[in-house]
Write a protein that binds this ligand. Structure first.
Ligand SMILES: [Zn+2]
Length: 337
């Protein structure tokens, strides 16, 4: 029995359509596949429709989250009130220009107890992390509300970046950027294209390198969900939350074991130990933590089609771990073709 619990389709940043992905999974000899596109369930219906005979599909998603720095004077594991309702959003749109040097990361630091007086070292910055959510009910009201909040905050983010650029004399404006997005979600690539069109830079890459990169004065953070709130949200929707590649150090900073313990206390079910971006020592460390915390471990390829070199089924999950996952799910059932 071969089980791969983390893959992407064209519904997010993979290169296989959901139908191509399920067919490729069957051709690769997989018995169980999870479709876990970034922050969307948009590929599910097509994957179900095209599901080859004998292949079992777990519907899931990979949620972008942040682990916020611990506010001074409070301890992990729990932070009452850090739920969906007090998400910071994108911050005040009309922040005075005098604030600019301090502005990067303002969206996430605009929460009570985490103000700009906080130490500014790397450890004080939120860490981005990914939470795999399996078999949750996508119609759950908290999920629906969070999706709406994300859509709106992404729009606000784009508008704020354009406002900051325009205030410094760059010839870009919001209606033009929106037009470039052609009705879709407005992102930094559209702003980059507007800068190219205006002759400010010659390529999209140059726009990112000079003006839109993380840490630029024109960078505005995404308003991702706080990870403990995300774990509770997934559980409330009957889903099963698993921490994706917790120690993928090549990608970004990683969280401490203390954060993983806090995640377990909030309802985390598993750790993705076997992932192409984690080395053997880190995998062993994660197995130890999982045993300590009563979590199961998964293994997955994190397949993205031709966007990455990994193969479907390159890493796999044991039948026992998959059974532990499925028996905790109350949101959705497995589907077998
Ligand atoms: Zn992924």
């Amino acid at each position: 029995m071969r089980i791969d619990l983390h893959t992407h389709s064209t519904a997010s940043d993979g290169t296989d359509t959901p139908a191509e992905l399920v067919r490729a999974a069957a051709a690769a000899g997989l018995d169980v596949l999870a479709l876990t596109d970034h922050d969307t369930t948009g590929g599910w219906a097509e994957a179900v429709e095209a599901l080859p005979r004998g292949l079992t599909l777990l519907r899931g998603a990979e949620l972008s989250c942040v682990s916020l720095p611990d506010p001074p004077g409070t301890g992990l594991p729990d932070r009452p009130g850090a739920g969906l309702s007090d998400r910071p959003g994108a911050g005040p749109p009309d922040r005075p220009r005098a604030d600019l040097p301090d502005r990067p990361r303002a969206g996430l630091l605009d929460r009570p107890g985490a103000g700009l007086s906080e130490p500014r070292g790397a450890s004080a910055r939120p860490v981005t992390l990914h939470l795999l959510a399996y078999l949750f009910d996508p119609g759950d009201p908290a999920f629906v509300a969070e999706r709406r909040r994300l859509r709106e905050s992404r729009l606000d983010r784009g508008r704020r970046i354009v406002e900051l650029l325009a205030a410094d004399g760059y010839p870009v404006d919001w209606p033009e950027v929106r037009e470039l997005a052609a009705g879709g979600a407005v992102g930094r690539p559209h702003i980059a294209r507007a800068l190219v069109r205006a002759g400010v830079v010659s390529t999209v890459d140059e726009a990112f390198g000079r003006l839109l990169r993380t840490g630029s004065p024109y960078y505005v953070p995404k308003a991702d969900i706080e990870v403990l709130a995300a774990i509770r949200m997934v559980r409330a929707a009957g889903g099963v939350p698993v921490f994706a590649h917790p120690l993928a150090r090549r990608r970004d900073r990683v969280v401490s074991d203390e954060v993983i313990r806090a995640m377990a206390a909030a309802g985390l079910a598993g750790l993705e130990a076997d992932h192409p971006d984690q080395d053997p020592a880190d995998r062993e460390h994660l197995r130890g933590l999982a045993t300590e915390l009563g979590l199961f471990v998964t293994g997955s390829s994190d397949y993205h089609g031709t966007n990455k070199v990994v193969r479907l089924g390159q890493e796999t999950t044991s039948v026992a771990a998959c059974e532990r996952l499925v028996e905790q799910a109350t949101g959705l059932a497995l589907i077998t073709g």
